[in-house]
Ligand binder design. Structure first.
Ligand SMILES: [Zn+2]
Length: 262
């Protein structure tokens, strides 16, 4: 019998989150001690009137104080989709938005598991194929205060705003159009700012192994999403995982997907 490391054996990382100012209006918050597979990018977008938070990570530690507006603005938390690594902190925010097709799941308690053995090949194989290590635990440290188990409950966070394709989130000086980008999940969305070419893409596209065989995934829909993304005149894509990238890389990622799946 082999000994399996548990969360109680891990060192403490404090602070847990790392913030990085991307530009005058956008800050990235992320969790360096979470494996890339579950390490969600949290994007804080500061507008003149309102702020946005795009995705809210696993919920291992409170997040809201890191993305609260210095100016006292309202902060709308938008989930690009309802997977556990993106919505763990949604309940902390008073204003919560998600695509209508995933709203029921967000309103229901969930479970987030940090043990790789409970994730099937649909999740792990694309990462193994791309050369990533899949450890027994998807964290290599615990936040201050520790964790009592590798399975965490996710609080229900009923949406206060249901999003549909074409909706516009207006922050005063900047405005993001909701793009419905199904494939990874049925209600995956992107937030597109035409005036600057900034796209928050969630898990529809990022510069890492893309997952299209999960429960709720749809490869036919994903192919159409990739054809659409390929034509978008982006300047920068801020994805749900991994570092940001520009238009040339977006085209490469879309073409690689389309070559494999269409
Ligand atoms: Zn996802």
């Amino acid at each position: 019998m082999t000994y399996s490391p548990g969360v109680l054996d891990l060192p403490v990382a404090d602070p847990w989150f790392v913030t990085e100012r991307v530009d005058d209006g956008i800050t990235l918050v992320t969790e360096p001690h979470v494996h890339p597979l579950l390490r969600c990018n949290v994007w804080h977008v500061r507008g003149h009137r309102d702020d946005l938070v795009v995705d809210t990570s696993l919920g291992l530690r409170p997040l809201r104080h890191l993305v609260e507006s210095e100016l006292g603005h309202d902060v709308l938390a938008v989930a690009t989709h309802v997977h556990g690594d993106h919505v763990g902190g949604m309940h902390e925010f008073g204003a919560r938005a998600i695509h209508s097709s995933e709203a029921d799941d967000l309103a229901t308690p969930g479970v987030i598991n940090l043990e790789s053995r409970v994730f099937g090949p649909a999740v792990c194989d694309p990462y193994l194929d791309a050369g990533y290590d899949i450890p027994e635990l998807f964290i290599d440290a615990v936040p201050a205060g520790g964790l009592s188990a590798a399975t965490l409950e996710r609080m229900p966070a009923p949406a206060t705003l249901l999003l549909e394709a074409g909706d516009v989130l207006d922050l005063g000086d900047r405005a993001f159009e909701v793009l419905h980008l199904p494939g990874h999940s049925p209600g995956s969305i992107g937030l597109w700012e035409e005036s600057t070419g900034v796209l928050f893409s969630g898990d529809a596209v990022y510069d890492g192994p893309l997952l299209d065989e999960l429960d709720g995934s749809d490869i036919t829909a994903y192919v159409e999403t990739m054809k659409r993304l390929r034509k978008l005149p982006v300047t920068v894509v801020h994805g749900g995982h991994e570092p940001s990238f520009g238009r040339d890389r977006l085209v490469e990622l879309c073409d690689a997907y389309l070559a494999a799946r269409s």
